[in-house]
Design a protein around this ligand. Structure first.
Ligand code: MEV
Length: 419
């Protein structure tokens, strides 16, 4: 049988049954499944950060139904937010009718910046450009392994910027980091080429560091969603109107983008990547024209279906740093991604699905109904309910639109008395 990420009623299964399905889908060993359940150990944690006293856990949910470039994906998502995993799964299901997501990405080029303090930025720029070959060779000598894999410093550019303390010449080193996020490789290269830049210009460098505005390392995805799947022509129009609001208003655009990042960041965390780096880059990219814009766009196509696109910088890796911790590795195995590029394409598709789900909910029934059912379960537990009582009390409160601890306690008492 063909492998599929479509599992009907996945959310209705018990946690152990869901794990068994993922284990089977991804071919996890018994040990890997146990490690995933156990999460990060103290020994590992102490190798990651300082002054460790404990580990802080997040729920890991699996979004199902993702079909991207013809390949099936179950997507591990680490998030504290209710409804994110369900919404991604539902949207991904609707997106299957026309073949799922088509995703692509640029080469994984990161930018390293070297700041030069100079009295004559134009002269410095020329001196650096004249030494380009030597600078790139010196950078690449620092990472022969990366070069052997097809990566390495590929080019440079010198930008003259006006600052509060006069002009500065900023060298951008363009490094193909292959399957890594790349910060270590890029920072090492930037430091290594500093003496050359200082010799060539006779000036002093100051900062040497990666830029998180990874606008040369972008992932793109698009999808067509049938109007029937969405609930009809009115829903398509409502979603396009919701998008146009965001396209025209930065106050809305930032929330729109936050919704897409709900999905992307959850996969970033699950795969051991740096969410701060990506979030910083995405929001800077959204405002690169001087006005903050959306990272997705939606329109009605000629047949009345909905067509959406996403494009964003995604500096994520599958080797190096925290991506090597056991849980992150197992999550990468569940995804079945073979390269950082593929991972970024999955993340872009998840972001587009997440955005679709949010816009559909907001422009039809509103976002609260979906949120309420888990919220009601939490309230039922706070009132002391356990086992089957949790779901049943939550259901009653959602139906009554009256979700609070007092009501939950009353319902629990009634149930206890009737037993
Ligand atoms: C909540 O985390 C995300 C939303 O606000 C996104 C959106 O408004 O598009 C629902």
């Amino acid at each position: 049988m063909e492998k599929t990420s479509q599992v009907s009623g996945y959310y209705k299964l018990k946690r152990e049954e869901r794990l068994a399905k993922v284990k089977e889908f991804a071919g996890l060993t018994d040990d890997e499944a146990k490690m995933l359940e156990a999460g990060l150990g103290f020994e590992q944690a102490e190798k990651m950060v300082e002054n460790v006293v404990a580990t802080f856990r997040l729920p890991l949910g699996i979004a199902v139904n993702f079909l991207i470039n013809g390949k099936e994906y179950m997507v591990p998502m680490a998030t504290e937010e209710t409804s994110v995993v369900a919404a991604a799964s539902n949207a991904a299901k609707m997106c299957r009718a026309f073949g799922g997501f088509k995703a692509s990405s640029t080469d994984p080029i990161m930018i390293g910046q070297i700041q030069l303090l100079t009295k004559d930025a134009k002269k410095a720029k020329k001196a650096i450009e004249d030494n380009k070959k030597k600078i790139l060779e010196t950078a690449n000598a620092k990472d022969p392994r990366l070069v052997s894999l097809g990566g390495g410093a590929k080019d440079l550019e010198v930008r003259i910027i006006k600052t509060g303390r006069g002009e500065m010449a900023i060298t951008h080193l363009f490094v193909d980091v292959r399957d890594a996020m790349g910060a270590n490789a890029v920072n090492t290269m930037c430091e290594a080429v500093t003496p050359l830049i200082e010799d060539a210009t006779g000036d002093k460098t100051l900062l040497k560091i990666i830029s998180n505005l990874a606008d040369r390392r972008r992932a793109m995805a698009e999808v067509t969603v049938s109007s029937e799947e969405l609930g009809g022509a009115a829903v398509v129009d409502a979603i396009v109107n919701a998008y146009e609001f965001a396209a025209a208003d930065p106050y809305r655009a930032v929330t729109h983008n936050k919704g897409a990042m709900n999905g992307i960041t959850a996969v970033i965390i699950a795969t051991g990547n740096d969410s701060r780096a990506v979030e910083a880059g995405v929001h800077a990219y959204a405002s690169i024209t001087g006005r903050y814009k959306t990272i997705t766009s939606w329109e009605k196509d000629g047949k009345g279906n909905l067509h959406g696109k996403i494009e964003l910088p995604l500096a994520v890796g599958i080797v190096g740093g925290a991506t090597m911790n056991p849980s992150a590795k197992i999550n990468q195995k569940i995804l079945g991604v073979k390269s950082a590029k593929e991972l970024s394409e999955v993340m872009a598709s998840v972001g587009l699905a997440q955005n679709l789900a949010a816009l559909r909910a907001l422009s039809t029934e509103g976002i609260q109904r979906g949120h309420m059912s888990l919220h009601a379960k939490n309230i039922a537990m706070m009132a002391g309910a356990s086992g089957k009582d949790i779901d049943e009390i939550a259901d009653v409160m959602v139906k009554e639109k009256n979700i609070n601890v007092d009501r939950a306690k009353k319902l629990l008492d009634e149930r206890k008395r009737s037993r």
